[in-house]
Structures are given as C-alpha cells and as structure tokens.
Design a protein around this ligand. Sequence first.
Ligand code: FES
Length: 164
Amino acid sequence: MLELERPQHPDITDEMWNQVDGIIDEHRGQPGCIIAVLRKSQNVVGYLPAPLMDYISLGLNLPRSDVFGVASFYSLFALEPKGRHVIKVCTGTACYVKGIREVISRISNKYDMPEGCTSEDRCFSLESVRCLGACGLAPVMVIGEDVHGAVKADNVLEILEQYK
Ligand code: FES
C-alpha cells in the first residue's frame, strides 16, 4: 500500500479517504484503469473535487493531465458537488413546444441555479436532457426516480417544495 499525504477537503471524510485508498490499491498498475477508479471514487465521495483527482493521479502514478482529462471528458463524472435531488428537465422537441423553457427559468430564478449547476444549499442540481421518451406527458421533468408530466411554470416550484 502506498502512503500518500491526504489533502484536507471538507467533503471528504477519513472513512472516504480509506475507501479511495482501497480503490487505488485495487487498480494500481492496471492499464486503462482511470475510468474505473474515478467512477468508484465518485460513488464514495459523490463527485470529483480537484484535490481528490490529484490524489488519485499520485496514487496511480499517472500524469495529472490524464486523470483530469478523463474526468472532464465523460459526462458521467461530476466535477462539482451534486444536490441531494437531481432535477432532469427534458429539452426535447415536444417538451420545448409545451413550454419547458419557462419551467426551467422558473427553477433557475428561484434557486439561483443555471442549468448544469447546483443550488447553494445543495438541495437540487438542474440538468437538461434530451427526449426522455415520454413525449405524451410533455413537458416532462424527472426528480430522482419520480417522473412529473405536464409540468407548468406555475406549479413547478410547488412540486420542488415536496423534496426539501
Ligand atoms: S421531448 Fe420530452 S419526453 Fe420526449
């Protein structure tokens, strides 16, 4: 096991660092292991803060640019903390025509949260996605596992209140 100096980070507990050490040990020396290590580490911490990626690159003995390059290339990796609830708003054609833009701007204004961002209290993250395959319910928003159809700008904030 490699002894690395752990950076201080408010979102990463000692127990999380222990788990990340285990992940690095499991994969060190395996070609093409960066994605697996980042994915597992993100599952532990919730996202990939820069000091964590520095630690991983030292642990795997790989260039920092390789690790950061992979993390920023794949959309499955989050470089910023995610909210407890991820709101996916559909910007496909049917939802667009039925007014999803007004829904999005109502959410963004209320929580000061542009698309792709997280609210300051980390309650919500807002992501726009392509057609969710439920066009008959347009406009559609998904929060966690819950699908909300026929969402209106006038009732979307009420829906979000249920998740706070
Ligand atoms: S366009 Fe939104 S669900 Fe198809």
